[in-house]
Design a protein around this ligand. Structure first.
Ligand code: GLC
Length: 596
């Protein structure tokens, strides 16, 4: 059934709906010349704005650049108003904002306020004594009991998210209580029940808006309200696991919407913002629409995790089988829900917490990588919602090679996971190899390798002779920006050139691709994802994506006829294909056409 746009609010034009957002992982984007730390910098970002503009980017979202001990790569903030020295200074951010403005571009900050760093002065004060005026800024609880060995037991059985072998509670010797630290002990959870905490967050948000930011990506924002009784979680992880995922008790908790509405009232309603809430673990339509429905007064949009968690069972570092049909149904579901119920959504398949899309959803071999990356570009640029592109996705960077030594992986989640594997499976080679396979497929590190700018030393990410903080991919001499920008194949486009054209097309036809209706064709097809987008001004476009390495013939449904084919990921310009009935598709081929 066609999901037609009937009410105006879904298709009411807004800059933040049409904008294309580019996510930067600042440690790995661009180191500035002369800097020897091997970390990217803010000045490095500023130096690449013309590059981003020419790709078709409107908004830059950088993962955290604020002062941080970097236990979790900046998602542990020690000062919400200071820039981490590795990245630069406040003046550098002012310059970045000014340079963005000159180019009619905007900056989105990463707002990490479910937790702070354990080195944030708020936490240091909170931890100082049970009587501290800031004690109640974090979540402190007495031990459940004292074990026979005299070791205090945590208040419940929740597992730490970035290391499920550990408790989500950290014991503080000095005051004899535990604090909640859902991600790592270095990331204590703020107590949002406390109005002083909320006021402090609103103040931070005003600070950045006044400084020239245009909005926020909000880190795990659906975790800020916890079930007040802190019940034990159900046992879902097998033997050997002492702690269990407590998600049910803190994902979209009881007061989430109260807090988000207060945030809107106190801060967001006063500016013209772009906001996207990171909301893992929630798939319920009604619940999601409470945040992103046209009249919700909470957030403009959220990141829904159904697609990037397609291979996730109970915990992220694990595998679950999935297929293309399931992928199609997830995408279709959310396209339809937002149109039907006047919500708004983001479109994304990569970020700094997920493996590379070309490796995950297509075939990243030398033979097919470019086709796969362009196929995903064609899909994303023709879906409704605000589009997010992750650094390196525009050149089809793939996952780190399986041959890398485990020491090349720097992420705390991977390190904790591997430690657990080594402990649990010391005498079981097969299980240990499976643990490594999970890292090869899912580690967050895959998205965090340095950006591949050139074929020169360090891929142009940092000066020759400087050691990058994380190893550069081995394939940078063939997969890099410079090569793809100047590629002048007579018949085909590089991945970058394809993205650039596809983004332009999306903007030129926002009435179709951003705001239009959506109808999936052949939902049961196991290989081909095909859909019709209907312009709000009238006129239909057809997208056919072969998500298989097989050549096949796709049958045009009755009543549909192509007026002209527009593009393919196989060649410059329009493909030469039949306009009715049987349409041959090559392996991983995607095509776009205008219907009669
Ligand atoms: C989000 C971030 C991730 C981080 C976590 C804790 O999921 O994207 O990188 O580890 O929150 O802040």
């Amino acid at each position: 059934m066609e999901m037609a746009v009937t009410d105006s609010s879904y298709s009411t034009p807004k800059w933040w709906k049409e904008a294309v957002v580019y996510q930067i992982y600042p440690a790995s984007f661009q180191c500035q010349s002369g800097v020897t730390s091997g970390w990217g910098t803010i000045k490095g970002i500023t130096s690449r704005l013309d590059y981003l503009k020419s790709l078709g980017i409107d908004v830059v979202w950088s993962s955290p650049i604020l002062k941080s001990p970097q236990a979790d790569m900046g998602y542990d903030i020690a000062d919400y108003k200071q820039i981490d020295e590795r990245y630069g200074s406040l003046e550098d951010v002012d310059e970045l904002i000014a340079e963005l403005k000159k180019r009619d571009m905007k900056l989105m900050m990463d707002l990490v306020v479910n937790h702070t760093s354990n080195e944030h002065p708020w936490f240091l004060e909170s931890r100082a004594s049970r009587e501290s005026p800031k004690r109640n800024w974090y979540i402190w609880k007495k031990p459940k009991s004292i074990g026979q060995d005299g070791v205090p037991e945590p208040p419940n059985n929740w597992a730490q998210i970035l290391g499920e072998a550990n408790s989500a509670w950290t014991y503080d010797e000095k005051t004899g209580e535990f604090y909640l630290s859902l991600f790592t002990p270095e990331q204590p959870d703020l107590n949002w029940e406390n109005p002083e905490v909320r006021a402090a967050v609103w103040e931070v948000m005003h600070f950045w808006m006044k400084r020239g930011a245009s909005g926020f990506r909000m880190d795990v924002i659906n975790l800020i309200s916890k079930e007040p009784n802190y019940p034990d979680a159900d046992i879902v992880l097998g033997p050997g696991h002492r702690y269990q995922p407590g998600v049910k008790y803190f994902v979209n908790g009881p007061k989430l919407h109260d807090y988000l509405r207060e945030m809107y009232r106190e801060v967001l309603s006063k500016y013209d913002t772009i906001t996207v809430g990171e909301m893992p673990g929630v798939s319920d339509e009604k619940e999601i629409l409470r945040s992103v429905g046209a009249d919700s007064e909470e957030l403009r949009m959220i990141f829904i995790f159904d697609l990037v968690d397609i291979d996730k069972p109970d915990v992220r570092m694990a595998l679950k089988p999935w297929d293309i049909k399931e992928m199609k149904s997830i995408i279709t579901k959310w396209q339809r829900v937002m149109i039907r119920d006047n919500g708004w959504n983001s479109v994304f398949i990569e970020n700094h917490d997920n493996p590379r899309s070309v490796s995950r959803y297509t075939d990243d071999s030398d033979e097919w990588r470019e086709k796969g990356a362009k196929l995903l570009a064609l899909m994303q640029t023709t879906l409704g919602g605000t589009l997010f592109v992750y650094q390196g996705e525009e050149i089809g960077i793939r996952n780190a090679p399986k041959t890398w030594d485990i020491s090349e992986f720097k992420d705390i989640e991977t390190i904790n996971y591997w430690k657990k594997c080594e402990q649990l499976y010391a005498n079981d080679k097969e299980k240990l190899a499976f643990g490594r396979k999970i890292i090869d497929m899912k580690a967050r590190d895959h998205a965090r390798t340095p950006m591949q700018w050139t074929a020169g030393e360090n891929a142009g990410f940092c000066d020759p002779g400087t050691k990058p903080w994380m190893r550069v991919m081995d394939d940078y001499q063939t997969v890099n920006v410079e090569a793809q920008l100047k590629a002048d194949n007579q018949t085909d486009l590089s991945v970058w050139q394809f993205w650039q054209g596809a983004l332009k097309q999306r903007k030129d036809h926002a009435d179709v691709f951003v705001y239009g209706g959506f109808q999936e064709l052949y939902p049961d097809d196991q290989e081909v994802f095909a859909y019709v987008r209907t312009s709000i001004k009238g006129g239909r476009w057809l997208v056919v994506l072969n998500f298989s390495g097989r050549e096949l013939e796709w049958v045009m449904p009755q009543g549909l006829e192509i007026e002209s084919w527009v593009s393919t990921n196989y060649a410059k310009g329009a493909p030469d294909k039949p306009k009715q009935s049987g349409v041959p598709l090559k392996s991983w081929e995607g095509i776009l056409g205008r219907c009669v």
